[in-house]
Design a protein around this ligand. Structure first.
Ligand code: SAH
Length: 602
């Protein structure tokens, strides 16, 4: 079983919070998620750590991000909420329904992700029997097809057939170290025809065997060309399964080489880097330890040698090595059990600059969510870092003051160049008056080779102007510009000139950073300039805290607009001469006001 994220425990009313807290106590970092309006936010026994607005959307988002769900409500409600996402059986996290009063625990989905294990844990905490319905699980007390982290099932289809056979009365041997099955009530027999085999060697199609691979094979190579195929060939030559691959090791000088990245993606194995110099110094002379590091994999039942990452790397990265297979250029080593890849070389660091969107989780792009889930370190202005959470205990959060942008950008590179997976958080879009420019400025100013090696990616987000415009209708439907009214980093005279030109050019204008305590007069000055070119009837949209609690959207005219209507959390959209506003009333509903700028121009 891969390591699970902490579960989200869902409550729809304060009556369920006591049970939710008892469940949360079983899992470090578990959070109680409460329906807004029914449950208060807070950390107390009757409160929820996180609030959500709509159950269906919230459960689907949790499910899609692989978060285990424990919902304290009717099973049917949960099933209906996630039904549209159920096509892909392989990727489902555990989903359980628990009775509000703790009297029933029903595992619903995620058999291969350990839902029954969770059901037993939660049921034990609540002192009730779990409602386990999986036949194999009931009979054997464990899910045989769900090996622990560090192991992979060779074939799910064969696994299901194998378990059915056991349920039908067959017995099995166990070959290799399957310590997690020690307490399972399996029908064991030393001379059984069927066998559960724990081996890095590929399953040969024998339907009497259930093969589980320890991720115990490390390959190393110096040249990335066609690497995936060469690794596959090298594994096949030793009858090893690609599923047993724990890591691919490349020379540190090849960091950033796309060929290696591709191979790692194709083989779904982590890529690690090391220097030949790192591994050939000291006592590990190239030829002294290599032979011990590389098991004679042809003899499949021999006890594998212990893996020495230094020696292995020496083997692969040293062109004079006797071990590196000169034909394929791929060195293989097999450890006795799953390998902790963190002990081998180092990872290529990653820095992902993301935008959270305006605030609500459903306006954050999935790539940003994925980057946050994978991050080891999260940096950003404290308010935004908090919006991006909650985070796991293994994730390090580095909140900073809003003004320390360059320092923050450099810190992000320092962390990433040490092999961390760093996420830099902005609101809205990271490239619009936000951290992406600061990060690139820091990189531009540095000639540190280790910074250039960092895998840098910028993930776009929904900017405040877009989010506000969408609420109002389509005021940005024709040519527009975005301007920051902050004169912290540019002279006010430049801002005045730009506003005058934009107003004269009849562009719709989106004002970011319209006012702040330190900049009280600038907005009035800007509006004076706009009014020189635009009529008092010009449509203006003010969006405040769009996508956040307490959001407000106001439409008015340029003549009515006063700077007192605006604060630093407001987006100001000033329409062009063609921007229009109208109201439609449906037969039954309330009137709805719309603002748009037509696509055409007279
Ligand atoms: N990168 C951000 C902008 C940062 S500048 C983005 O793309 O949205 C900060 C300014 O953006 C604020 O002063 C305000 O004018 C605007 N803003 C940011 N979030 C907002 C929101 N949720 N609602 C309205 N305006 C917002």
């Amino acid at each position: 079983m891969a390591r699970l994220k902490p579960p989200a425990i869902i409550v729809l009313g304060s009556g369920a919070t006591a049970t939710a807290r008892r469940i949360a106590a079983c899992y470090p970092d578990a959070r109680v998620h409460g329906l807004r309006g029914r449950v208060q936010a807070g950390s107390g026994a009757t409160a929820a750590d996180v609030l959500f607005d709509e159950l269906g959307a919230h459960l689907r988002e949790l499910y899609a991000s692989g978060t285990p769900i424990v919902a304290l409500c009717a099973a049917g409600i949960v099933i209906r909420c996630v039904a549209s996402l159920l096509a892909n059986k392989g990727a489902e996290p555990p989903v359980l329904a628990v009775a509000e009063d703790g009297s029933a625990v029903a595992p619903l989905l995620g058999g291969l992700a350990g839902v029954n294990v969770m059901a037993r844990e939660i049921a034990a905490a609540l002192d009730v029997p779990p409602a386990i319905t999986t036949s194999g699980e009931l009979r054997f007390g464990t899910c045989v097809l769900n090996p622990p982290e560090g192991y992979a099932l060779a074939s799910l289809a064969q696994g299901k057939r194998f378990v059915s056979d056991l349920l039908a009365g067959e017995s099995t041997r166990i070959e290799g170290d399957a310590h997690w099955l020690d307490d399972a009530q399996l029908p064991r027999s030393a001379d059984a025809q069927r066998a559960i085999r724990i081996t890095p060697h590929a399953w040969d199609g024998n339907i009497d065997e259930l093969v589980i691979h320890p991720r115990s094979v490390v390959v190393a190579l110096t040249d990335g060309e066609d690497a995936a195929q060469r690794i596959r060939d090298a594994l096949a030559a030793q009858a090893l399964s690609p599923l047993a691959l724990a890591a691919i090791v490349a020379p540190a000088a090849r960091m950033g080489d796309e060929a290696f990245e591709q191979a790692a993606r194709a083989l779904n194995a982590p890529l690690r880097f090391a220097d030949v110099a790192d591994v050939t110094d000291g006592t590990n002379s190239a030829n002294g330890t290599n032979a011990a590091a590389v098991m004679d994999v042809k003899d499949s039942h021999a006890a594998p040698a212990s893996l020495s990452s230094r020696a292995l790397l020496t083997a692969a990265l040293d062109p004079d090595s006797e071990i590196a297979d000169s034909a394929s250029g791929v060195a293989l080593a097999v450890a006795a059990g799953p390998v902790d890849v963190n002990t081998i070389g180092r990872a290529r660091g990653r820095l992902t600059v993301i935008g959270l969107g305006p605030g609500s989780a459903d306006l954050m792009v999935p790539a940003a969510r994925a980057a946050l889930d994978q991050a080891t370190d999260i940096l950003g202005y404290a308010t935004y870092v908090e919006m991006a959470g909650p985070f796991r205990a293994d994730q390090q959060v580095h909140p900073t003051d809003n003004r320390e942008e360059m320092q923050r950008a450099r810190r992000a590179f320092e962390l990433a160049s040490g092999g961390r997976r760093v996420v830099m958080v902005s609101s809205g879009d990271p490239g619009v008056f936000a951290m992406a420019s600061a990060v690139l400025e820091a990189l531009d100013a540095s000639d540190a080779p280790e910074w250039a090696d960092v895998e840098l990616e910028i993930v776009p987000g929904v900017s405040a102007a877009m989010a506000t415009a969408a609420q109002a209708g389509a005021p940005l439907g024709h040519d527009f510009c975005m301007l920051s009214l902050s004169d912290n980093l540019k002279p006010w005279s430049i801002i005045e000139t730009r506003i005058a030109h934009a107003a004269q050019a009849d562009l719709v204008m989106a004002f970011y950073n319209p006012v702040s305590r330190a900049r009280p007069w600038q907005l009035d000055k800007a509006l004076d300039i706009v009014r020189e070119f635009r009529a008092p009837e010009t449509v203006v949209v003010l969006g405040r805290d769009i996508g956040r609690p307490g959001a407000s959207l106001v439409t008015m005219t340029l003549g009515e607009l006063k700077s007192a209507d605006v604060d630093m959390r407001t987006m100001v959209i000033i329409g062009s001469s063609t921007t229009r506003e109208f109201v439609r009333r449906s037969a039954h509903g309330a009137p709805r006001e719309w603002v748009y700028t037509p696509r055409w121009y007279r």
